[in-house]
Design a protein around this ligand. Structure first.
Ligand SMILES: [Zn+2]
Length: 305
């Protein structure tokens, strides 16, 4: 599934940088252009992609970022902050996750994604973190923006950037559109509640973490996918089968057409844990084993056409 990618102007001083595939590690960023500097919403996962984003912004006359807002801690949104001379801001939960992952070597993902280039991929702890509901940004000449923590959905620190004047929301990975959401670190019922909050907002345009820019329909679809995962988990739970076999039984319906459908494997595992009463934030028991099953599921899908 593909759509138009690249640098898109959404409103005066508001830009989205959209990846045309939105698959693993290929994420979207945003930029709020001010008179003296810009604020970057999420980085890219490696040095080449980050350089490309900064060059595209420069070509359009957008001033260099002096602020970086991280919607969550995942590497495809938070690595490469070291490439800009900017203060990095995030919710305290995101900052804590990053702090706990400083020792992680991104090249370990090569085992799963041999074609990806992890040059320049590394974490840096945010310079400042907020603990309340929101932080209001007042960069001179840039649209007024609210950086809002919406709870534990996709990750513990999920924060959106809301522009009330422009009715635009940068959702981070709370919204995946036309790409399968990934629930490895998620609290699925919390995620559904967060999406309900997003739907209730006075907004018309939503920039997802992966996938094309959308309206409320994209938010609704992400919510319907998560509801389907919980419902299917309830139906399948208790069969005593292996996770892979259970995942094969999930009826994805129209979501089978979305990119990376194999994510149903960790998503189902997360949903089953949640149904059995696991608290939010409890890691999947064996992430590498789950990843291997995901690859097997993908092969099975390809074989069954
Ligand atoms: Zn993410």
């Amino acid at each position: 599934m593909k759509w138009r990618g690249g640098f898109t102007r959404l409103a005066e001083g508001v830009y989205a940088y959209i990846d045309p595939e939105g698959t693993w590690f290929k994420s979207n960023s945003g930029l709020l252009a001010g008179d003296e500097y810009s604020a970057l919403i999420d980085t890219q996962y490696n040095a080449v992609r980050m350089q490309r984003l900064l060059a595209a912004a420069g070509e359009r006359g957008v001033k260099e970022p002096r602020l970086v807002l991280l919607t969550h801690h995942h590497g495809d949104h938070a690595w490469t902050t070291h490439m800009v001379d900017a203060a990095v801001l995030a919710h305290e939960s995101t900052a804590r996750m990053i702090e706990s992952m400083l020792g992680l070597d991104p090249s370990m993902y090569k085992a799963l994604f041999p074609d990806l280039d992890f040059t320049g991929a590394r974490y840096r702890v945010p310079d400042a973190a907020f603990t309340g509901e929101k932080l209001v940004l007042r960069a001179p000449g840039a649209p007024r923006a609210e950086f809002i923590h919406v709870g534990h959905g996709h990750t513990p620190g999920d924060s959106i950037v809301y522009l009330p004047g422009e009715k635009i929301v940068f959702t981070g990975d709370l919204v995946f559109y036309r790409v399968t959401p990934l629930a490895i670190d998620a609290h699925i019922s919390g995620w559904i509640e967060a999406l309900e909050k997003l739907l209730d907002m006075d907004a018309e345009t939503y920039v997802p973490g992966h996938g094309p820019v959308t309206g409320k329909e994209g938010v609704r679809e992400a919510k319907e996918y998560l509801e389907l995962v919980l419902k299917e988990a309830e139906r399948i739970a208790g069969s005593g089968e292996d996770l892979l076999e259970m995942a094969k039984k999930v009826r994805l319906g129209r979501f089978a057409e979305w990119g990376d459908p194999e994510r149903i494997v960790p998503n189902l595992e997360r949903a089953l844990m949640e149904l059995s009463g696991a608290p939010p934030g409890q890691p999947l028991p064996n992430i590498m084993e789950t990843a291997m099953k995901m690859i097997q599921y993908k092969r099975w899908l390809q074989r069954s056409g």
